[in-house]
Design a binder for this molecule. Sequence first.
Ligand code: ADP
Length: 608
Amino acid sequence: MEEKGTISIHTENIFPIIKKFLYSDHEIFLRELVSNAVDASQKAKSLSSIGELKGDLGELKVTVKVDKEKKQIIISDNGIGMTAEEIKKYINQIAFSGATEFVERYKDSNADKSQIIGQFGLGFYSAFMVAGTVEIDTLSHQEGAEAAHWICDGSTEFSITNGNRTERGTDVILNIAEDSEEFLEEARIQTILNKYCKFLPIPVEFNGETINNPNPIWTKSPSELTDEDYKNFYKELYPFSEDPLFWIHLNVDYPFNLTGILYFPKVKNEFDFQKNKIQLYSRQVFITDEVKDVVPEFLMLLHGVIDSPDIPLNVSRSFLQADANVKKINTYITRKVADKLNEIYKKDRTAYEEKWNDIAVFVKYGMLSDDKFYEKAKDFTLLQSTDEKFYTLEEYRNLVQANQTDKDGNLVILYTTDAEKQHAFIETAQSRNYDVVKLDSMIDPHFIGQLEQKLEKTTLKRVDADTIDKLIQTDAKPESILSEDETKRLKELFEKAISNQNMTVTVEALSTDDSPVIITLPEFMRRMKDMNRMGGGGMMMMGNLPDMYNVTINANHPINHRILKHNDERGEKIAKQAYDLALLSQNMLSGAALTAFVKRSVELIDKE
Ligand code: ADP
Protein backbone atom coordinates (compact mmCIF):
# COMPACT_ATOMS: atom_id res chain seq x y z
CA MET A 1 0.00 0.00 0.00
CA GLU A 2 1.13 3.52 -0.61
CA GLU A 3 -1.05 6.50 -0.16
CA LYS A 4 -0.22 10.12 -0.59
CA GLY A 5 -2.46 12.89 0.47
CA THR A 6 -2.86 16.38 1.76
CA ILE A 7 -3.32 17.15 5.40
CA SER A 8 -6.53 19.00 6.13
CA ILE A 9 -6.44 22.78 6.12
CA HIS A 10 -6.33 22.99 9.91
CA THR A 11 -2.58 22.47 9.70
CA GLU A 12 -2.14 25.61 7.75
CA ASN A 13 -3.60 27.48 10.65
CA ILE A 14 -1.52 25.80 13.25
CA PHE A 15 1.96 25.80 11.74
CA PRO A 16 2.51 29.52 11.88
CA ILE A 17 1.34 29.51 15.47
CA ILE A 18 3.75 26.77 16.39
CA LYS A 19 6.66 28.40 14.70
CA LYS A 20 5.99 31.93 15.76
CA PHE A 21 4.62 31.92 19.24
CA LEU A 22 6.53 29.05 20.63
CA TYR A 23 9.83 29.94 19.14
CA SER A 24 11.56 30.21 22.47
CA ASP A 25 9.90 27.12 23.79
CA HIS A 26 10.93 24.52 21.24
CA GLU A 27 11.92 22.05 23.88
CA ILE A 28 8.30 21.27 24.66
CA PHE A 29 8.16 19.01 21.59
CA LEU A 30 9.58 16.32 23.82
CA ARG A 31 6.96 16.85 26.49
CA GLU A 32 4.23 16.55 23.88
CA LEU A 33 5.59 13.41 22.24
CA VAL A 34 6.46 11.63 25.47
CA SER A 35 3.02 12.58 26.84
CA ASN A 36 1.41 11.10 23.75
CA ALA A 37 3.39 7.91 24.27
CA VAL A 38 2.39 7.78 27.93
CA ASP A 39 -1.18 8.48 26.91
CA ALA A 40 -1.17 5.60 24.42
CA SER A 41 0.27 3.33 27.11
CA GLN A 42 -2.42 4.28 29.58
CA LYS A 43 -5.07 3.70 26.98
CA ALA A 44 -3.63 0.21 26.52
CA LYS A 45 -3.87 -0.33 30.24
CA SER A 46 -7.47 0.90 30.36
CA LEU A 47 -8.48 -1.24 27.38
CA SER A 48 -6.82 -4.25 28.90
CA SER A 49 -8.65 -3.70 32.17
CA ILE A 50 -12.02 -3.82 30.41
CA GLY A 51 -10.98 -6.78 28.25
CA GLU A 52 -10.79 -4.87 25.00
CA LEU A 53 -7.10 -5.33 24.50
CA LYS A 54 -6.34 -8.89 23.56
CA GLY A 55 -3.13 -10.61 24.46
CA ASP A 56 -0.49 -9.71 26.97
CA LEU A 57 -0.33 -6.09 28.11
CA GLY A 58 3.37 -6.50 28.87
CA GLU A 59 5.49 -4.09 30.82
CA LEU A 60 4.47 -0.63 29.67
CA LYS A 61 7.24 1.85 29.16
CA VAL A 62 8.31 4.74 26.97
CA THR A 63 11.84 4.92 25.59
CA VAL A 64 13.63 7.99 24.32
CA LYS A 65 16.70 7.47 22.13
CA VAL A 66 19.10 9.90 20.52
CA ASP A 67 20.98 8.76 17.42
CA LYS A 68 23.57 11.41 16.77
CA GLU A 69 24.86 9.82 13.57
CA LYS A 70 21.50 9.57 11.91
CA LYS A 71 20.48 12.87 13.53
CA GLN A 72 17.37 11.30 14.95
CA ILE A 73 15.42 11.36 18.17
CA ILE A 74 13.11 8.36 18.57
CA ILE A 75 10.28 8.14 21.05
CA SER A 76 8.93 4.60 21.39
CA ASP A 77 6.03 3.14 23.31
CA ASN A 78 4.16 -0.12 23.56
CA GLY A 79 0.79 1.57 23.88
CA ILE A 80 -2.26 1.02 21.70
CA GLY A 81 -0.59 1.93 18.41
CA MET A 82 -2.50 3.23 15.40
CA THR A 83 -3.91 1.83 12.19
CA ALA A 84 -3.36 3.72 8.95
CA GLU A 85 -6.94 4.94 9.24
CA GLU A 86 -6.27 6.24 12.72
CA ILE A 87 -3.14 8.05 11.62
CA LYS A 88 -5.17 9.78 8.97
CA LYS A 89 -7.83 10.63 11.43
CA TYR A 90 -5.81 11.50 14.51
CA ILE A 91 -2.57 12.78 13.11
CA ASN A 92 -3.65 14.28 9.83
CA GLN A 93 -6.81 15.87 11.06
CA ILE A 94 -5.06 17.66 13.77
CA ALA A 95 -7.99 19.49 15.20
CA PHE A 96 -9.66 16.19 15.76
CA SER A 97 -8.47 15.06 19.10
CA GLY A 98 -8.00 11.36 19.57
CA ALA A 99 -8.24 11.80 23.28
CA THR A 100 -11.66 13.33 23.02
CA GLU A 101 -12.85 10.50 20.85
CA PHE A 102 -11.38 7.97 23.22
CA VAL A 103 -13.26 9.46 26.14
CA GLU A 104 -16.44 9.57 24.04
CA ARG A 105 -16.14 5.92 23.18
CA TYR A 106 -15.42 4.69 26.65
CA LYS A 107 -17.37 7.14 28.70
CA ASP A 108 -19.84 4.53 29.89
CA SER A 109 -17.28 1.90 30.76
CA ASN A 110 -15.34 1.68 33.99
CA ALA A 111 -11.99 2.58 32.51
CA ASP A 112 -10.23 5.38 34.32
CA LYS A 113 -10.68 8.34 32.03
CA SER A 114 -8.71 10.63 34.28
CA GLN A 115 -5.66 8.69 33.19
CA ILE A 116 -5.77 10.13 29.74
CA ILE A 117 -3.58 13.12 29.28
CA GLY A 118 -5.65 15.95 27.95
CA GLN A 119 -5.00 18.25 25.14
CA PHE A 120 -2.03 20.46 25.23
CA GLY A 121 -3.11 22.42 22.24
CA LEU A 122 -0.13 21.63 20.07
CA GLY A 123 0.45 17.99 20.59
CA PHE A 124 2.05 15.93 17.89
CA TYR A 125 2.75 18.77 15.52
CA SER A 126 5.17 20.44 17.87
CA ALA A 127 7.58 17.80 16.49
CA PHE A 128 8.03 20.03 13.46
CA MET A 129 9.52 22.75 15.62
CA VAL A 130 12.72 20.71 15.69
CA ALA A 131 12.39 18.13 12.91
CA GLY A 132 12.56 18.46 9.15
CA THR A 133 10.73 15.22 8.57
CA VAL A 134 8.80 13.15 11.04
CA GLU A 135 8.06 9.46 10.72
CA ILE A 136 5.63 7.25 12.57
CA ASP A 137 6.14 3.50 12.74
CA THR A 138 3.18 1.91 14.40
CA LEU A 139 1.20 -1.27 14.95
CA SER A 140 -2.27 -1.03 16.40
CA HIS A 141 -3.48 -3.33 19.18
CA GLN A 142 -6.57 -4.13 17.12
CA GLU A 143 -6.87 -7.68 15.92
CA GLY A 144 -5.63 -8.14 12.37
CA ALA A 145 -4.19 -4.63 12.24
CA GLU A 146 -1.34 -3.99 9.83
CA ALA A 147 1.74 -2.03 10.66
CA ALA A 148 1.77 1.46 9.17
CA HIS A 149 4.49 3.95 8.33
CA TRP A 150 3.78 7.66 7.96
CA ILE A 151 6.19 10.30 6.82
CA CYS A 152 5.74 14.02 6.49
CA ASP A 153 8.17 16.87 5.91
CA GLY A 154 6.19 19.51 7.69
CA SER A 155 4.37 20.65 4.61
CA THR A 156 0.79 19.56 4.21
CA GLU A 157 1.90 16.60 2.07
CA PHE A 158 2.21 13.20 3.73
CA SER A 159 2.65 9.60 2.70
CA ILE A 160 1.45 6.41 4.37
CA THR A 161 2.87 3.00 3.47
CA ASN A 162 2.87 -0.41 5.07
CA GLY A 163 5.11 -0.52 8.07
CA ASN A 164 7.33 -3.25 9.46
CA ARG A 165 6.72 -2.95 13.17
CA THR A 166 5.91 -6.36 14.62
CA GLU A 167 4.97 -5.43 18.17
CA ARG A 168 2.10 -3.33 19.38
CA GLY A 169 2.99 0.32 19.86
CA THR A 170 4.48 3.34 18.16
CA ASP A 171 7.87 4.81 17.28
CA VAL A 172 7.92 8.49 16.48
CA ILE A 173 11.11 9.27 14.59
CA LEU A 174 12.26 12.85 14.38
CA ASN A 175 14.81 13.70 11.72
CA ILE A 176 16.26 16.70 13.44
CA ALA A 177 16.54 19.86 11.36
CA GLU A 178 19.88 21.59 10.98
CA ASP A 179 18.92 24.56 13.13
CA SER A 180 17.88 22.27 15.98
CA GLU A 181 20.92 20.05 16.32
CA GLU A 182 21.35 21.17 19.92
CA PHE A 183 18.64 18.61 20.67
CA LEU A 184 20.95 15.81 19.58
CA GLU A 185 23.02 16.43 22.71
CA GLU A 186 22.15 13.82 25.29
CA ALA A 187 22.66 16.24 28.15
CA ARG A 188 20.07 18.55 26.64
CA ILE A 189 17.52 15.76 26.28
CA GLN A 190 18.24 14.61 29.82
CA THR A 191 17.56 18.12 31.11
CA ILE A 192 14.31 18.43 29.19
CA LEU A 193 13.12 15.03 30.36
CA ASN A 194 13.94 15.92 33.95
CA LYS A 195 12.01 19.11 33.65
CA TYR A 196 8.82 17.88 32.04
CA CYS A 197 8.66 14.15 32.51
CA LYS A 198 9.89 13.57 36.03
CA PHE A 199 6.54 12.42 37.36
CA LEU A 200 4.85 10.91 34.32
CA PRO A 201 2.75 7.90 35.31
CA ILE A 202 4.46 5.39 32.97
CA PRO A 203 8.19 4.64 33.26
CA VAL A 204 10.25 6.68 30.80
CA GLU A 205 13.67 5.33 29.87
CA PHE A 206 16.58 7.29 28.53
CA ASN A 207 20.03 5.75 28.06
CA GLY A 208 18.91 2.61 29.86
CA GLU A 209 17.75 4.46 32.95
CA THR A 210 14.29 5.28 34.16
CA ILE A 211 14.19 9.03 34.53
CA ASN A 212 10.84 9.40 36.27
CA ASN A 213 9.00 8.57 39.45
CA PRO A 214 5.66 7.27 38.12
CA ASN A 215 3.96 7.38 41.52
CA PRO A 216 4.69 10.75 43.10
CA ILE A 217 3.20 11.13 46.54
CA TRP A 218 0.67 13.79 45.59
CA THR A 219 -1.26 11.10 43.73
CA LYS A 220 -1.57 9.06 46.91
CA SER A 221 -3.89 9.46 49.82
CA PRO A 222 -2.52 11.35 52.85
CA SER A 223 -3.42 8.38 55.04
CA GLU A 224 -0.85 6.24 53.23
CA LEU A 225 1.94 8.75 53.81
CA THR A 226 4.32 9.44 56.67
CA ASP A 227 6.17 12.66 57.53
CA GLU A 228 9.28 11.04 56.10
CA ASP A 229 7.53 10.52 52.77
CA TYR A 230 6.67 14.21 52.57
CA LYS A 231 10.19 15.27 53.53
CA ASN A 232 11.77 12.88 51.06
CA PHE A 233 9.58 14.15 48.29
CA TYR A 234 10.58 17.70 49.17
CA LYS A 235 14.21 16.64 48.81
CA GLU A 236 13.38 15.07 45.48
CA LEU A 237 11.93 18.37 44.29
CA TYR A 238 14.61 20.63 45.78
CA PRO A 239 17.72 18.56 46.37
CA PHE A 240 19.73 21.06 48.39
CA SER A 241 17.06 22.53 50.61
CA GLU A 242 16.59 22.28 54.32
CA ASP A 243 13.58 20.36 55.59
CA PRO A 244 10.33 22.25 55.11
CA LEU A 245 8.47 23.60 58.14
CA PHE A 246 5.26 21.80 57.25
CA TRP A 247 3.08 20.96 54.30
CA ILE A 248 -0.46 20.85 53.06
CA HIS A 249 -1.78 18.01 50.97
CA LEU A 250 -4.35 19.37 48.53
CA ASN A 251 -7.06 17.14 47.23
CA VAL A 252 -10.31 18.20 45.58
CA ASP A 253 -12.45 16.64 42.94
CA TYR A 254 -15.38 18.98 42.92
CA PRO A 255 -16.08 21.51 41.42
CA PHE A 256 -12.65 21.14 39.85
CA ASN A 257 -9.95 18.57 39.98
CA LEU A 258 -6.82 19.35 41.87
CA THR A 259 -4.21 17.51 43.86
CA GLY A 260 -0.87 18.64 45.15
CA ILE A 261 1.36 19.34 48.06
CA LEU A 262 2.36 22.80 49.21
CA TYR A 263 5.35 23.16 51.49
CA PHE A 264 6.21 26.02 53.79
CA PRO A 265 9.94 26.42 53.26
CA LYS A 266 12.37 27.31 55.97
CA VAL A 267 13.73 30.70 55.05
CA LYS A 268 16.83 32.23 56.49
CA ASN A 269 15.86 35.80 55.83
CA GLU A 270 13.33 37.85 53.97
CA PHE A 271 15.49 38.25 50.94
CA ASP A 272 15.86 34.55 50.65
CA PHE A 273 12.39 34.01 49.22
CA GLN A 274 12.25 32.53 45.81
CA LYS A 275 9.18 32.74 43.74
CA ASN A 276 8.49 30.24 40.98
CA LYS A 277 9.12 27.32 43.25
CA ILE A 278 5.68 25.81 42.82
CA GLN A 279 5.41 23.50 39.87
CA LEU A 280 2.23 23.15 37.93
CA TYR A 281 1.33 19.79 36.45
CA SER A 282 -1.54 18.46 34.42
CA ARG A 283 -1.98 14.77 35.09
CA GLN A 284 1.63 14.44 36.10
CA VAL A 285 2.98 16.28 33.06
CA PHE A 286 5.00 19.33 34.05
CA ILE A 287 3.53 22.49 32.56
CA THR A 288 5.23 25.46 34.17
CA ASP A 289 6.66 26.88 37.32
CA GLU A 290 5.03 30.21 36.71
CA VAL A 291 1.96 29.70 38.78
CA LYS A 292 0.98 33.35 38.91
CA ASP A 293 -2.80 33.60 38.51
CA VAL A 294 -3.36 30.03 39.65
CA VAL A 295 -1.89 30.45 43.09
CA PRO A 296 -2.69 33.56 45.12
CA GLU A 297 0.22 35.96 44.94
CA PHE A 298 1.01 35.71 48.63
CA LEU A 299 1.34 31.95 48.43
CA MET A 300 3.80 32.02 45.58
CA LEU A 301 6.49 31.96 48.20
CA LEU A 302 5.51 28.42 49.06
CA HIS A 303 7.08 25.43 47.39
CA GLY A 304 5.62 22.22 46.01
CA VAL A 305 3.43 20.92 43.24
CA ILE A 306 -0.09 21.46 42.00
CA ASP A 307 -1.62 19.04 39.57
CA SER A 308 -4.86 19.87 37.83
CA PRO A 309 -6.32 18.89 34.49
CA ASP A 310 -8.82 21.72 34.91
CA ILE A 311 -6.36 24.52 34.46
CA PRO A 312 -6.54 25.67 30.85
CA LEU A 313 -3.15 25.29 29.22
CA ASN A 314 -1.47 27.29 26.53
CA VAL A 315 -3.93 30.10 26.70
CA SER A 316 -3.29 33.75 27.18
CA ARG A 317 -2.69 35.16 30.60
CA SER A 318 -5.73 37.39 30.64
CA PHE A 319 -7.89 34.43 29.77
CA LEU A 320 -6.38 32.50 32.63
CA GLN A 321 -7.15 35.28 35.08
CA ALA A 322 -10.75 35.36 34.00
CA ASP A 323 -11.17 31.61 34.07
CA ALA A 324 -13.76 30.53 36.61
CA ASN A 325 -11.86 27.40 37.59
CA VAL A 326 -8.69 29.31 38.18
CA LYS A 327 -10.55 31.68 40.49
CA LYS A 328 -12.04 28.78 42.42
CA ILE A 329 -8.64 27.14 42.69
CA ASN A 330 -7.26 30.35 44.12
CA THR A 331 -9.96 30.53 46.74
CA TYR A 332 -9.60 26.88 47.59
CA ILE A 333 -5.86 27.07 48.10
CA THR A 334 -6.17 30.16 50.27
CA ARG A 335 -8.76 28.47 52.44
CA LYS A 336 -6.73 25.28 52.77
CA VAL A 337 -3.65 27.18 53.83
CA ALA A 338 -5.61 29.13 56.44
CA ASP A 339 -7.21 25.94 57.77
CA LYS A 340 -3.88 24.19 58.01
CA LEU A 341 -2.27 27.04 59.91
CA ASN A 342 -5.21 27.16 62.25
CA GLU A 343 -4.97 23.43 62.81
CA ILE A 344 -1.28 23.57 63.73
CA TYR A 345 -1.92 26.55 65.97
CA LYS A 346 -4.70 24.75 67.80
CA LYS A 347 -2.94 21.41 68.06
CA ASP A 348 0.39 22.55 69.39
CA ARG A 349 0.76 26.19 70.29
CA THR A 350 4.39 25.88 71.35
CA ALA A 351 5.42 24.27 68.07
CA TYR A 352 3.44 26.94 66.24
CA GLU A 353 5.20 29.72 68.15
CA GLU A 354 8.55 28.23 67.24
CA LYS A 355 7.61 28.41 63.59
CA TRP A 356 5.99 31.80 63.78
CA ASN A 357 8.96 33.88 62.70
CA ASP A 358 9.35 31.71 59.62
CA ILE A 359 5.73 31.90 58.58
CA ALA A 360 4.88 35.42 59.75
CA VAL A 361 5.63 36.98 56.41
CA PHE A 362 3.31 34.58 54.54
CA VAL A 363 0.52 35.16 57.00
CA LYS A 364 0.89 38.93 57.05
CA TYR A 365 1.20 39.11 53.29
CA GLY A 366 -1.94 37.01 53.04
CA MET A 367 -3.84 39.19 55.48
CA LEU A 368 -2.90 42.26 53.51
CA SER A 369 -3.86 40.87 50.15
CA ASP A 370 -6.99 38.91 50.94
CA ASP A 371 -9.74 39.96 53.32
CA LYS A 372 -11.08 36.46 53.69
CA PHE A 373 -7.66 35.28 54.69
CA TYR A 374 -7.43 38.12 57.18
CA GLU A 375 -10.66 37.02 58.81
CA LYS A 376 -9.29 33.55 59.38
CA ALA A 377 -5.72 34.51 60.13
CA LYS A 378 -6.49 37.14 62.73
CA ASP A 379 -7.06 34.36 65.25
CA PHE A 380 -3.66 32.76 64.77
CA THR A 381 -1.54 35.79 64.01
CA LEU A 382 0.99 36.36 66.77
CA LEU A 383 2.70 39.40 68.19
CA GLN A 384 6.05 38.81 69.81
CA SER A 385 6.88 40.96 72.77
CA THR A 386 10.43 42.20 73.39
CA ASP A 387 10.53 39.74 76.29
CA GLU A 388 10.06 37.00 73.65
CA LYS A 389 6.51 36.04 74.70
CA PHE A 390 3.90 35.43 71.99
CA TYR A 391 0.33 36.70 72.04
CA THR A 392 -2.56 36.51 69.63
CA LEU A 393 -4.02 39.88 68.66
CA GLU A 394 -6.85 39.43 71.09
CA GLU A 395 -4.62 38.25 73.91
CA TYR A 396 -2.39 41.22 73.37
CA ARG A 397 -5.20 43.70 73.41
CA ASN A 398 -6.36 42.22 76.67
CA LEU A 399 -2.85 42.43 78.08
CA VAL A 400 -2.40 46.14 77.43
CA GLN A 401 -6.03 47.20 77.78
CA ALA A 402 -5.73 48.31 81.38
CA ASN A 403 -2.74 50.63 81.23
CA GLN A 404 -1.84 51.50 77.65
CA THR A 405 -4.20 54.11 76.23
CA ASP A 406 -3.67 57.50 74.68
CA LYS A 407 -5.47 60.74 75.46
CA ASP A 408 -8.27 59.89 73.03
CA GLY A 409 -8.90 56.60 74.77
CA ASN A 410 -7.35 54.49 72.02
CA LEU A 411 -5.47 51.43 72.97
CA VAL A 412 -1.76 51.94 72.26
CA ILE A 413 0.40 49.11 71.02
CA LEU A 414 4.03 50.10 71.37
CA TYR A 415 6.37 48.53 68.89
CA THR A 416 10.02 48.49 68.00
CA THR A 417 11.56 47.99 64.59
CA ASP A 418 15.00 47.48 66.06
CA ALA A 419 15.30 46.37 69.64
CA GLU A 420 19.03 47.13 69.66
CA LYS A 421 18.87 50.65 68.33
CA GLN A 422 15.75 51.58 70.23
CA HIS A 423 16.94 49.94 73.41
CA ALA A 424 16.88 53.09 75.54
CA PHE A 425 13.24 53.74 74.64
CA ILE A 426 12.22 50.14 75.26
CA GLU A 427 13.82 50.26 78.66
CA THR A 428 11.97 53.46 79.54
CA ALA A 429 8.69 51.90 78.43
CA GLN A 430 9.39 48.82 80.50
CA SER A 431 10.23 50.97 83.52
CA ARG A 432 6.62 52.20 83.32
CA ASN A 433 5.40 48.61 83.02
CA TYR A 434 4.43 49.01 79.41
CA ASP A 435 4.92 46.24 76.90
CA VAL A 436 6.67 46.58 73.55
CA VAL A 437 6.25 44.22 70.59
CA LYS A 438 8.73 43.52 67.84
CA LEU A 439 7.53 44.47 64.38
CA ASP A 440 10.77 44.49 62.53
CA SER A 441 10.27 42.84 59.18
CA MET A 442 9.92 44.46 55.80
CA ILE A 443 6.22 43.78 55.62
CA ASP A 444 5.45 45.19 59.06
CA PRO A 445 4.92 48.84 58.08
CA HIS A 446 2.02 47.64 55.93
CA PHE A 447 0.84 45.20 58.54
CA ILE A 448 0.78 47.96 61.17
CA GLY A 449 -1.41 50.07 58.91
CA GLN A 450 -3.77 47.18 58.45
CA LEU A 451 -4.05 46.43 62.15
CA GLU A 452 -5.01 50.04 62.81
CA GLN A 453 -7.71 49.78 60.18
CA LYS A 454 -9.08 46.48 61.42
CA LEU A 455 -8.68 46.61 65.18
CA GLU A 456 -11.16 48.80 66.93
CA LYS A 457 -9.85 51.91 68.65
CA THR A 458 -6.26 50.81 68.49
CA THR A 459 -3.20 52.68 67.39
CA LEU A 460 0.36 51.46 66.99
CA LYS A 461 3.22 53.70 67.94
CA ARG A 462 6.88 53.13 67.56
CA VAL A 463 8.47 53.29 70.94
CA ASP A 464 10.69 56.21 69.94
CA ALA A 465 7.94 58.24 68.28
CA ASP A 466 7.68 60.57 71.27
CA THR A 467 8.45 60.62 74.94
CA ILE A 468 6.72 57.73 76.58
CA ASP A 469 4.40 59.90 78.63
CA LYS A 470 3.12 61.50 75.47
CA LEU A 471 2.63 58.20 73.69
CA ILE A 472 0.64 56.80 76.54
CA GLN A 473 -1.63 58.82 78.76
CA THR A 474 -0.76 58.46 82.40
CA ASP A 475 -2.28 59.95 85.55
CA ALA A 476 1.05 59.96 87.31
CA LYS A 477 2.66 62.54 85.05
CA PRO A 478 5.44 64.38 86.90
CA GLU A 479 5.19 68.11 87.55
CA SER A 480 7.88 70.44 86.29
CA ILE A 481 10.05 71.95 88.99
CA LEU A 482 11.25 74.75 86.72
CA SER A 483 9.70 78.19 86.63
CA GLU A 484 8.37 79.57 83.38
CA ASP A 485 11.41 81.74 82.97
CA GLU A 486 13.83 78.90 83.66
CA THR A 487 12.02 76.72 81.13
CA LYS A 488 12.38 79.43 78.51
CA ARG A 489 16.05 79.91 79.22
CA LEU A 490 16.75 76.18 79.11
CA LYS A 491 15.03 75.91 75.76
CA GLU A 492 17.05 78.78 74.30
CA LEU A 493 20.25 77.40 75.66
CA PHE A 494 19.69 74.06 74.00
CA GLU A 495 18.54 75.63 70.76
CA LYS A 496 21.78 77.51 70.63
CA ALA A 497 23.86 74.45 71.50
CA ILE A 498 22.13 72.27 68.92
CA SER A 499 21.68 74.94 66.23
CA ASN A 500 19.99 72.62 63.75
CA GLN A 501 16.74 73.59 62.04
CA ASN A 502 15.60 70.03 61.72
CA MET A 503 15.52 69.62 65.48
CA THR A 504 12.52 71.07 67.30
CA VAL A 505 13.35 71.66 70.95
CA THR A 506 10.77 71.47 73.73
CA VAL A 507 11.14 71.34 77.47
CA GLU A 508 8.95 68.82 79.23
CA ALA A 509 8.56 67.49 82.74
CA LEU A 510 9.67 63.86 82.74
CA SER A 511 10.73 61.51 85.47
CA THR A 512 14.17 62.18 87.00
CA ASP A 513 15.05 58.62 85.96
CA ASP A 514 14.50 59.42 82.29
CA SER A 515 17.33 60.75 80.16
CA PRO A 516 18.13 64.48 80.22
CA VAL A 517 17.62 64.72 76.46
CA ILE A 518 15.43 62.52 74.27
CA ILE A 519 15.35 62.63 70.50
CA THR A 520 12.21 61.32 68.80
CA LEU A 521 10.85 61.08 65.27
CA PRO A 522 7.08 61.57 65.15
CA GLU A 523 5.12 58.50 64.05
CA PHE A 524 3.23 60.34 61.32
CA MET A 525 6.36 61.86 59.85
CA ARG A 526 8.21 58.58 59.82
CA ARG A 527 5.35 56.67 58.23
CA MET A 528 5.04 59.21 55.48
CA LYS A 529 8.68 58.90 54.74
CA ASP A 530 8.55 55.10 54.93
CA MET A 531 5.64 55.00 52.53
CA ASN A 532 7.44 57.32 50.20
CA ARG A 533 10.56 55.21 50.30
CA MET A 534 8.56 52.12 49.49
CA GLY A 535 7.08 53.89 46.54
CA GLY A 536 3.53 54.37 47.77
CA GLY A 537 1.54 57.36 48.77
CA GLY A 538 2.07 59.88 46.03
CA MET A 539 3.80 62.27 48.43
CA MET A 540 6.85 62.44 46.28
CA MET A 541 8.20 65.66 47.70
CA MET A 542 8.56 64.06 51.11
CA GLY A 543 11.45 62.01 49.84
CA ASN A 544 13.77 64.98 49.70
CA LEU A 545 12.86 66.40 53.08
CA PRO A 546 15.25 65.75 55.94
CA ASP A 547 13.91 63.95 59.00
CA MET A 548 12.31 66.43 61.40
CA TYR A 549 13.10 65.31 64.91
CA ASN A 550 11.74 66.43 68.23
CA VAL A 551 14.26 67.04 70.97
CA THR A 552 12.68 66.86 74.39
CA ILE A 553 14.62 68.35 77.27
CA ASN A 554 13.75 66.78 80.60
CA ALA A 555 12.85 69.68 82.88
CA ASN A 556 13.36 67.56 85.95
CA HIS A 557 16.78 66.15 85.23
CA PRO A 558 19.60 67.38 87.53
CA ILE A 559 21.99 67.82 84.61
CA ASN A 560 19.65 70.32 83.02
CA HIS A 561 19.50 72.23 86.30
CA ARG A 562 23.28 72.41 86.26
CA ILE A 563 23.23 73.71 82.72
CA LEU A 564 20.85 76.46 83.83
CA LYS A 565 23.06 77.34 86.74
CA HIS A 566 26.13 77.78 84.56
CA ASN A 567 24.34 79.70 81.87
CA ASP A 568 27.60 80.39 80.02
CA GLU A 569 30.00 78.65 77.72
CA ARG A 570 30.36 75.78 80.10
CA GLY A 571 26.58 75.43 80.27
CA GLU A 572 26.45 75.25 76.52
CA LYS A 573 29.16 72.66 76.49
CA ILE A 574 27.26 70.41 78.91
CA ALA A 575 24.10 70.92 76.86
CA LYS A 576 25.95 69.84 73.74
CA GLN A 577 27.31 66.85 75.56
CA ALA A 578 23.84 65.80 76.78
CA TYR A 579 22.43 66.24 73.29
CA ASP A 580 25.25 64.24 71.70
CA LEU A 581 24.67 61.45 74.22
CA ALA A 582 21.05 61.31 73.10
CA LEU A 583 22.18 61.12 69.48
CA LEU A 584 24.73 58.50 70.38
CA SER A 585 22.19 56.30 72.12
CA GLN A 586 20.36 56.10 68.82
CA ASN A 587 23.37 55.62 66.64
CA MET A 588 22.87 59.05 65.12
CA LEU A 589 26.31 60.42 65.80
CA SER A 590 29.01 60.10 63.20
CA GLY A 591 31.81 61.88 61.36
CA ALA A 592 32.93 65.30 62.57
CA ALA A 593 30.15 65.40 65.18
CA LEU A 594 31.37 62.14 66.67
CA THR A 595 34.98 63.36 66.74
CA ALA A 596 33.94 66.59 68.43
CA PHE A 597 31.97 64.60 70.96
CA VAL A 598 34.93 62.37 71.81
CA LYS A 599 37.23 65.37 72.17
CA ARG A 600 34.78 67.17 74.44
CA SER A 601 34.31 64.01 76.49
CA VAL A 602 38.06 63.73 77.09
CA GLU A 603 38.15 67.36 78.14
CA LEU A 604 35.27 66.89 80.55
CA ILE A 605 36.77 63.77 82.12
CA ASP A 606 40.08 65.61 82.47
CA LYS A 607 38.40 68.31 84.53
CA GLU A 608 37.07 65.84 87.12
P1 ADP B 1 -3.74 15.16 21.66
O1 ADP B 1 -2.74 14.25 22.29
O2 ADP B 1 -3.93 16.41 22.41
O3 ADP B 1 -5.00 14.49 21.29
P2 ADP B 1 -1.85 15.17 19.52
O4 ADP B 1 -1.70 16.02 18.32
O5 ADP B 1 -0.68 15.12 20.41
O6 ADP B 1 -3.13 15.67 20.27
O7 ADP B 1 -2.16 13.71 19.07
C1 ADP B 1 -3.26 13.45 18.26
C2 ADP B 1 -3.69 12.05 18.39
O8 ADP B 1 -2.77 11.17 17.78
C3 ADP B 1 -3.79 11.54 19.82
O9 ADP B 1 -4.97 11.90 20.43
C4 ADP B 1 -3.70 10.04 19.61
O10 ADP B 1 -4.94 9.49 19.25
C5 ADP B 1 -2.78 9.93 18.43
N1 ADP B 1 -1.40 9.65 18.89
C6 ADP B 1 -0.37 10.53 18.99
N2 ADP B 1 0.74 9.90 19.44
C7 ADP B 1 0.41 8.59 19.62
C8 ADP B 1 1.11 7.42 20.09
N3 ADP B 1 2.39 7.47 20.46
N4 ADP B 1 0.43 6.26 20.13
C9 ADP B 1 -0.86 6.20 19.75
N5 ADP B 1 -1.58 7.25 19.34
C10 ADP B 1 -0.97 8.44 19.25
